[in-house]
Design a protein around this ligand. Structure first.
Ligand code: SF4
Length: 445
């Protein structure tokens, strides 16, 4: 599918009339919270909406929408009763509905989208363990989530089989980590690790803690948002044995901030676990400066630090959620000056081809000369920042391996970085390349 075809299918699915943005008034109310087992996380898991038939029982106007049924056949569906109860208006203009109920547009597959744009599979020395950055690794501990977010970056994995790491695979992971002491920080992700039983999760945490070089363990979980009942005293009692332990969760909209989710975050914070939040910028959900401001304020009140605001990855099935990069920059422009730095996340693009996270900001440097740099603040005030009178001639001694990438240029250790093949090389002109010793020997400017 090329760009034009994809754009057309996003506007209007070809094989059926588009759904009204709000469903009809016949739609039944969200599930009542009268069930005696409502606060039992296992009951919530057992009673998820899992099939198209269950979905149409809950939202009858979806009946007959074959494209949505096809989406459910391709990408797993799960919505906890708790999360469904947060829907205020049953239609795609409701953020909770939009993030949890499949849309026909998930079948839109422009050619530049792939199942694994971050190329995680290519960086797995052991199946399930992603080792990309020198000192960090990410462990896909389970393929199960309480809810399958329609915008998931790991659509290729999440919910495909609902299985967890086997004992044998965990042993392989621990062996790899022990053989690579440079890895000091392990993110336990998935899927959602908090869908595992407490004892199974403890087995993984204990195995990681047994590797002397692993200093930090982080958990990535959406449980406080979609299954806050999971954050039990039994769980936090277990987690606190494995400090230093950090948790990153995934709130995207203020409507997800409820008394239950706040209580879940409080229980985790009271167990001494620092909490961060990774939002994804989603069209029609939170692509508004005002909504992001409200969300960030609510997060900080719950002792959750807004950490990242992710641009949507180039993942198959989520094109209708993508926003232009300029929207994220506009949001960052708005937040600065209105919120404390503590409440402002970093806007990042996780670069395709395993390029890692690239932070994007409005441009605050207007101009510079050797003596002054002109900066602007959030109000447009231009100020001149005088550079030090004593010129910085002495270079600090940096370890050789640190002088790589653009930082190598900024520190003066490298004079140029060139792509492996450039037009000038093809034309026969001489030029620096990564293999050219002058690149590392040439003194900086
Ligand atoms: S909880 Fe995370 S891994 Fe699971 S579906 Fe949502 S975004 Fe994907």
């Amino acid at each position: 599918m090329d760009r034009q075809e994809a754009a057309a299918s996003i506007q209007s699915p070809a094989d059926e009339p588009p759904l009204p943005s709000a469903l009809t008034s016949e739609t039944p109310p969200a599930p009542v919270r009268a069930n005696a087992r409502w606060d039992d996380w296992r009951w919530q898991i057992r009673n998820r909406i899992r099939s198209f038939a269950q979905l149409t029982e809950q939202f009858p106007p979806l009946r007959g929408h074959r494209a949505i049924e096809k989406v459910v056949e391709r990408y797993p569906l799960a919505i906890t009763p708790y999360y469904a109860s947060l829907i205020r208006v049953p239609g795609y203009q409701d953020p909770i509905f939009r993030m949890s109920v499949p849309q026909a547009q998930e079948l839109c597959d422009p050619s530049f989208l792939t199942p694994d744009p971050l190329e995680e599979e290519a960086d797995m020395p052991v199946p399930g363990l992603v080792h990309r950055y020198r000192d960090r690794a990410l462990l896909i501990s389970t393929t199960m989530c309480a809810m399958y977010c329609r915008h998931c970056t790991r659509k290729r994995v999440a919910g495909t089989r609902e299985t967890s790491l086997s004992v044998a695979r965990l042993r392989e992971v621990a062996q790899y980590l022990a053989a690579h002491p440079e890895i000091t920080d392990v993110v336990v992700s998935g899927g959602d690790p908090l869908t595992m039983s407490t004892s199974l999760l403890e087995r993984i945490l204990a195995a990681l803690r047994a590797v002397p070089s692993v200093q930090i363990i982080r958990l990535g979980t959406r449980a406080p948002v979609v299954l806050p009942q999971r954050i039990t005293e039994e769980l936090t009692r277990m987690l606190r044995k494995y400090h230093p332990l950090w948790i990153n969760t995934h709130f995207n909209h203020p409507q997800e901030v409820t008394a239950e989710s706040a209580a879940a975050c409080t229980r985790l914070a009271d167990a001494g676990i620092p909490l961060g939040n990774q939002s994804v910028l989603l069209r029609g959900v939170n692509d508004s400066p005002l909504i992001m401001e409200e969300l960030c304020r609510a997060l900080v009140r719950m002792r959750v630090r807004p950490y990242y605001l992710f641009q949507c990855d180039l993942v198959r099935g989520i094109e209708h959620f993508r926003t232009p990069l300029s929207r994220g920059i506009e949001i960052m422009e708005y937040l600065r000056g209105r919120l404390s730095g503590l409440a402002i996340p970093q806007f990042v693009v996780d670069a395709p081809h395993g390029g890692g996270k690239i932070p994007l900001l409005p441009n605050y440097i207007v101009s510079s000369s050797p003596t002054h740099t002109v900066l602007r603040n959030y109000e447009g005030l231009l100020v001149n920042y005088p550079e030090p009178i004593v010129p910085e001639t002495a270079r600090r001694a940096f370890p050789k391996r640190a002088a790589t990438g653009v930082w190598g240029l900024a520190s003066g250790r490298l004079s140029a970085i060139a792509p492996a093949v450039t037009v000038r090389q093809r034309n026969g002109h001489r030029e620096y390349s990564p293999g050219d010793p002058r690149q590392t020997e040439f003194a900086g400017f």
